[in-house]
Design a protein. Structure first.
Length: 108
């Protein structure tokens, strides 16, 4: 019998995006055993180490000083920046350099 929690299974695996081909795939979280503090690119299916921090907000739902953060590897930084820029959401792109900003932090 499986004991699921709200985010997936207790053993650290879960189906991703409802795709049955990826069901049960291990989901990496920063600080997970074996890779402490590793930060990965926010681009879908990319597991490369992040090198850039893209700060953005959606003015329709966020206050002007609120910042959301996506992380990007060198290969996907421009793609993610273009995605946010084309929607008028991108505020700034900064090198990551050991920063400790959380993706849900609301400061600028």
């Amino acid at each position: 019998m499986s004991h699921d929690d709200l985010l997936g299974t207790l053993d650290g695996t879960r189906p991703t995006s409802g795709n049955p081909d990826r069901a049960g795939e291990s989901v990496h979280q920063p600080g997970q055993p074996g890779q402490p503090g590793r930060r990965e690119c926010s681009r879908k299916a990319c597991r490369n180490a992040a090198a850039w921090r893209l700060e953005w907000n959606n003015p329709r739902i966020h206050t002007p000083d609120r910042r959301k953060t996506w992380l990007a590897c060198d290969d996907h930084c421009e793609w993610l920046a273009d995605y946010l820029r084309s929607r008028g959401l991108l505020k700034v792109v900064l090198p990551l350099q050991g920063d400790s900003t959380d993706s849900t932090e609301g400061s600028s």
